[in-house]
Every structure is written in C-alpha cells, then in structure tokens.
Write a protein that binds this ligand. Structure first.
Ligand code: ZN
Length: 57
C-alpha cells in the first residue's frame, strides 16, 4: 500500500491518504488540494509535491 501524509509538505495539515498505488493517492490528494488548500481545479498542480512524499507501507 501507498501512504501520504499531507503534513509532510504542508505543515499543520493532518490529512493522510492511503491507496493501493500512486494513482489512487493522487486521485485523493488532487481533490484535497482544491478543497482544503485552495489550489485551482483539478488540483494536478499538487502532483509534483505529493509524488516524492508518497511512502510505501
Ligand atoms: Zn492538506
């Protein structure tokens, strides 16, 4: 499984995400980036930040 903690790149955010693969994580973090962090739709601007911080668990 893959795991991503938003707080690793945005201090203070306590949201975490788990999915079978990177694509599953990105599907969630794109929506989170828009809804929680005000990124423009569709949130793909967050991909380069999220990808290096995804951990395999
Ligand atoms: Zn967040």
């Amino acid at each position: 499984m893959k795991h991503f903690a938003c707080g690793d790149i945005i201090p203070g955010c306590e949201s975490t995400f788990t999915a079978p693969d990177d694509a599953g994580i990105l599907a969630q973090t794109r929506r989170h980036a828009v809804e929680a962090h005000g990124m423009p739709e569709p949130g793909t601007d967050s991909d380069p930040l999220v990808l290096p911080a995804i951990r395999t668990v």
